[in-house]
Write a protein that binds this ligand. Sequence first.
Ligand code: FAD
Length: 361
Amino acid sequence: MGAGIVGTATSWHLRRRGYAVVLVDPSVASAVPQASNQRCLNGSTASLGVLMGHAFRRSSGRGWRLRQRSMALWPEWVVQLDDPTSPLSLQTPLVQLASSDEDAERMRQLAEARPHAGLRFLDEQTLTPAPHPWPRPGHGALLSERDGRVDPLGLLRALRRAFDTEGGATQATRVEHLQRSDAARGGRWQVITAEGDRFNVDAVVICSALGSSQLLEPLGHHRPMEAVLGQVLDLKLPNPQPGWTGWPAVLTCGGINLIPHGDQQLWLGATVEPGTVADSSLVSAMTTLNNQAPSWLREAERIGQWQGLRARPQGRPAPLLETLEPGLILASGHYRNGVLLAPASAEWVGQQIDASILTGP
Ligand SMILES: Cc1cc2nc3c(=O)[nH]c(=O)nc-3n(C[C@H](O)[C@H](O)[C@H](O)COP(=O)(O)OP(=O)(O)OC[C@H]3O[C@@H](n4cnc5c(N)ncnc54)[C@H](O)[C@@H]3O)c2cc1C
């Protein structure tokens, strides 16, 4: 349930493992948009697709393990998903600018501890001058050679195509309820759609982000989530410029990503705003990068803007990966990292289903 990146990735993964999969979401009725240019989107179609796995500060715990696993799977996934009709690539590297001397020291230590992961500290003096100068907080930067981004819309298209090619089925409707069923009816769970249709399945996998809680509540599983809105800008440089020489795929400054695309464009985002109502003053603050925006950036023309909602679990760490009952699997609440964590989440769901098949009804 849910055809965002998490649900579509999971469906493809399960289909490849030989399971009969039906992906249910009203959004599968329409093609994935060519560009994120509408006002309010779900998490996946609004995402920037940044993959920051190796430069993650912690080096233990579930979040760390999921990131590590996803970053190991991403190169294989991209090779398997890339197709002339839905091209996909990993865009690297990622550079994080240090915001203070303390921040720089933490980055330096991280780079020293993980040279094998492609991390390197760049002293301020060694930062390459580019035709479009980077913002320069003045404390150096962390280069992560294997982090970067994947185009989220391209990914969604590639996942849909691959799922379809593998014989996966889709149903363009909303799931209204889930009911426990018995094996005699042909599955543990009954799925009831908005049109009142019912079908029985052995397992349901809930990947419906903010729509997950209301499916679970009637079953006695309280998993509240809050919406956290993100705004993104598409900017065009003031004058024709000589490309993006010297720029990484993603440059991060004070938590804001600068992502060059085309010859003269740049995505800037995203804001982190609890709730569902966008605050326009945060967009202005974002464009100045805390007064560190170079003049070419301040002069750039705003040619596009969109916003989307992230699902943040309340009182529990993101994401929610849980088998709540036999055949009732939750893979949701990925908050700020659903694209990054999609491969590891899909793999985790596959392991849960394999285990439930082994243990039987
Ligand atoms: C502006 C912005 C920037 C972001 N940048 C990044 C980034 O750089 N890197 C990163 O890793 N993450 C990023 N994220 C977060 C990431 O986009 C999300 O974590 C991820 O997209 C969540 O995917 P999802 O499939 O769980 O949910 P969604 O993409 O929200 O999809 C949920 C789907 O469930 C469907 N659904 C809901 N209820 C039902 C129901 N009852 N029946 C059937 N279907 C249902 C909806 O129609 C929807 O299609 C960003 C998010 C935003 C908003």
